[in-house]
Design a protein around this ligand. Structure first.
Ligand code: HEM
Length: 238
């Protein structure tokens, strides 16, 4: 990845995050339309998970309430988590980044400050009461989710857009893996024709999704950077 840190910076041009102007992005069908399956999966996840928390009735939750404010903390975690899944789809939409950079900036701030940070903080409050199998994965993913989102935001503020993109993609990979893939893995293992110990199901659902996603995203970033398809970095803002 080439960076010219001594040059004065041009203001952020979101199109530069996608492909260098002299080397148009080589995008196949998936490269152009991946936001559609992403949005459909996010909507399906939210339709499945959100309703019990819209009634504000603790009796509707799937998990046992263990301390006085447990329901409030859980509902807050779920609502702010929903903000991250919606803004994530907006952030990854190339058309929106190119044509409405202001919307990209604002939905990015929402992702970090109204979504990832409060949702991760509330997840950490619930962590000691969480089902023990796989709880280390919950702790690690929560911390890494918040850290990657903040570093991604700081890099954007510094005008270091290639690094901004990299950290934000890590953040998206973690949250997507912990939620959507975690749920898919858990439900699939539960529905197999033979019984698997709940400990293994919980460990798998809480580790495999986000770690697998993170490894895949890192591999893809390195691969595209080596091919010279990585983003152009215009330098620092100050
Ligand atoms: C890395 C990110 C996340 C972590 C570490 C995390 C962690 C947690 C924790 C500790 C709980 C309490 C129940 C348990 O012990 O498993 C929980 C529940 C829940 N979380 Fe998250 N969460 C994350 C992201 C999200 C996001 C983005 C959403 C989107 C809406 C979400 C939706 C939920 C829901 C719906 C529940 C209740 C589970 C149920 O009713 O079955 N979480 N999460």
């Amino acid at each position: 990845m080439t960076q010219s840190l001594d040059r004065p910076v041009t203001p952020p041009r979101p199109d530069l995050l996608d492909a260098p102007p002299d080397r148009p992005a080589r995008r196949g069908w998936f490269g152009r339309y991946y936001t559609i399956p992403l949005a459909v999966a996010a909507a399906a996840y939210l339709l499945y998970q959100l309703p019990p928390y819209l009634t504000f009735d603790p009796a509707n939750t799937h998990i046992p309430m263990q301390f006085p404010l447990h329901y409030a903390v859980l509902a807050g975690h779920v609502m702010t988590g929903a903000i991250t899944l919606v803004t994530l789809c907006l952030q990854l939409w190339p058309w929106l980044r190119r044509n409405h950079p202001a919307v990209h900036r604002w939905s990015g701030r929402l992702y970090v400050f109204a979504g990832a940070l409060p949702s991760a903080a509330l997840a950490l409050v619930m962590f000691p009461f969480s089902f023990p199998a796989g709880s280390v994965a919950v702790l690690m993913s929560g911390v890494m989710w918040a850290v990657t989102a903040v570093v991604g935001w700081v890099r954007a503020r510094q005008g270091r857009y290639a690094e901004h993109r990299r950290w934000m993609l890590y953040s998206f990979a973690i949250v997507w893996g912990q939620t959507v893939w975690g749920l898919v893995i858990g439900l699939t293992l539960f529905r197999l024709p033979f019984a698997i110990d709940i400990t293994y199901i919980s460990e798998s659902a809480r580790w495999v999704g986000w770690v697998g996603n993170l490894v895949l995203v890192h591999w893809w970033l390195e691969r595209t950077a080596r091919r010279g398809q990585g983003p152009v970095v215009t330098g620092r803002r100050s």
